[in-house]
Design a protein around this ligand. Structure first.
Ligand SMILES: Cc1cc2nc3c(=O)[nH]c(=O)nc-3n(C[C@H](O)[C@H](O)[C@H](O)COP(=O)(O)OP(=O)(O)OC[C@H]3O[C@@H](n4cnc5c(N)ncnc54)[C@H](O)[C@@H]3O)c2cc1C
Length: 484
């Protein structure tokens, strides 16, 4: 975009990477869905505009490794416009989409004070999902989720910062609180985070402090559900729990978080009793809420949303009455399609194939419904240990395995889906050293990583109050935390 373009709230038209006369496809989002859709249209006779609020594509499955210092953020977040630079028909527009206007066929996005309006002939909405705190948005201040690079770096800062503060404390209660890490949500992300915090404490940081013994840290993984990794179920869930326990992770199931503050959290057990856990460093990986853009689509088209705010698209992944508006990935609600990378990738491929068919004159009414191929799921528990569940096509059965072989499979698949040869290579090298020794190369933290979210929150509370977010009087002031 040009610097001499008008700013303020006067929309400017987005640059289109062609002569403006071709079919215009606008893609919202640069995650698995958005990037796949853009790439699929590389050779199509269309002008593609990808609008994304981050400058990078993000490989979310490895965020937990950034948070725990195994790899760097650049390895999982390549710059989107560099990835797409050879794709002449594609333009990248940085900005947060604020409005989708189905009637006018345009999308309005904002970058700081600059408002951009991008017209479309076909639209692919791949805006994903954010963390859900189940109506307790105030928990976000005390227990960041793990959805973005900012989240991962902040968590890294909070985890390492807790050890540093414990080293300086001579109060045993305070030390215990600082060395208690709680991960809320025992799905794949929670299991991976808890496992890595435990490994960091018992292996990487062992012997690095003089006044505390990091190996005495408590890592608690808690969930309201009765099992870890509920989608895997049965044998695999039990194996994962056993392996986590062996690595020193304390698992508390049937435990629902009902309150939280800077110093700890309150948990309600299945028998209805409540108890408090003193813990400064908490991680939230318990739920997802679809992008609010889904609600806009629902209000304008009458399409329904599910409880998580996902759009109940038709069989061809479009919204009611708009065969040119596709919703893919974590924002779409389709029976049997989980909120996983494959759902987004396959949905994006389907949508772009439908657009190309339309260019050849195919009638949208003749589209075959989207069919999802479940390629299975995997989660790592610890170094050399993972669980995997691969459905057998055409049956309701699955192949289930765990341990070293599952871990090798996990390693291979994650490398395969990372974007860029160099990222794959450097990640492989980092993994080699991390898994064969105690080392982690990415243990740097900065003050901004630890305090930026709270500082922004303070600014918000001065000028732009956020709903449901009240300042916590029990929490140390920002300046007190900085001097801690
Ligand atoms: C920590 C973590 C671990 C995971 N592990 C696995 C795993 O092991 N295996 C697996 O298959 N899946 C995993 N997933 C799920 C997987 O990452 C998602 O299913 C997948 O990313 C969904 O793709 P998407 O394109 O729909 O959304 P996303 O990848 O979330 O992309 C959404 C994009 O939209 C952009 N966006 C959102 N709102 C706006 C807006 N208003 N304006 C502009 N841009 C916007 C975002 O910035 C982002 O670029 C994991 C997810 C997380 C968070």
């Amino acid at each position: 975009m040009n610097d001499d373009q008008p700013v303020d709230d006067q929309p400017i038209e987005a640059p289109i990477g062609g002569d403006g006369a071709r079919h215009r496809v606008v893609i919202i989002g640069s995650g698995f869905g958005g990037l796949t859709a853009a790439r699929q249209l590389a050779k199509a006779d269309v002008d593609v505009t990808v609008i994304a609020r981050t400058t990078h594509h993000l490989f979310q499955p490895l965020l937990y490794q950034v948070a725990t210092g195994l790899i760097s953020e650049g390895q999982i977040a390549p710059a989107l416009r560099v990835v797409l630079r050879k794709q002449g028909n594609t333009t990248v527009v940085l900005g947060e989409v604020e409005t989708i206007d189905l009637q006018r066929r345009s999308v309005t996005s904002r970058l700081l004070e600059r408002v951009t309006e991008t017209p479309f002939d076909s639209l692919i909405v791949a805006a994903g999902a954010d963390q859900s705190y189940f109506g307790n948005d105030q928990f976000a201040e005390y227990a960041p989720g793990l959805k973005t690079i900012d989240d991962a770096l902040e968590l890294r800062g909070r985890i390492l910062g807790a050890f540093e503060q414990a080293e300086l404390s001579d109060d045993p209660d305070e030390r215990a609180r600082l060395l208690t890490f709680v991960v809320v949500g025992a799905g794949a992300t929670g299991v991976e985070m808890a496992g890595q915090i435990a490994e960091m404490a018992t292996k990487t940081l062992r012997g690095s402090f003089r006044n505390i013994d990091p190996t005495e840290s408590r890592v608690i993984l808690l969930d309201a559900a009765p099992a870890v990794l509920p989608p895997y179920g049965g044998k695999l869930s039990r194996r994962a729990a056993k392996r986590l326990a062996k690595n020193g992770v304390e698992i508390q199931l049937g435990a629902m978080v009902v309150d939280m503050d800077y110093h700890g959290l309150v948990v309600k057990d299945q028998d209805g009793t409540t108890r408090r856990i003193e813990s400064q460093c908490k991680v939230w990986s318990a739920g997802v809420a679809a992008s609010p853009l889904g609600r806009q689509l629902a209000e304008q088209s009458g399409v329904e949303l599910d409880r998580a705010g996902r759009v109940k698209v038709g069989g061809d992944l479009t919204v009611t009455g708009h065969p040119n508006v596709f919703v893919v990935g974590d924002l779409m609600a389709v029976d049997g399609v989980p909120g996983m990378a494959q759902g987004a990738i396959q949905g994006a491929k389907y949508a772009t194939a439908a657009i190309r068919a339309g260019l050849r004159g195919a009638d949208p009414a003749s589209r075959k419904p989207f069919s999802y191929w479940d390629k299975g799921s995997m989660a790592t528990i610890a170094r050399f240990s993972a669980v995997a569940k691969i459905p057998i096509p055409g049956t309701s059965r699955s192949i289930e395995f765990s341990g070293f072989v599952a871990w090798l499979g996990w390693l291979f698949l994650h490398l395969l889906y990372l974007v860029g040869f160099r990222n794959r290579f450097t990640t492989l090298v980092d993994w080699f050293f991390a898994f064969t020794s105690r080392s982690r190369t990415q243990l740097a933290i900065t003050e901004q990583q630890v305090f930026a979210r709270n500082a922004i929150g303070v600014l918000d509370s001065l000028g732009r109050p956020r709903e449901g977010s009240q300042p916590d009087e029990s929490a140390p002031r920002l300046e007190e935390r900085q001097s801690a």
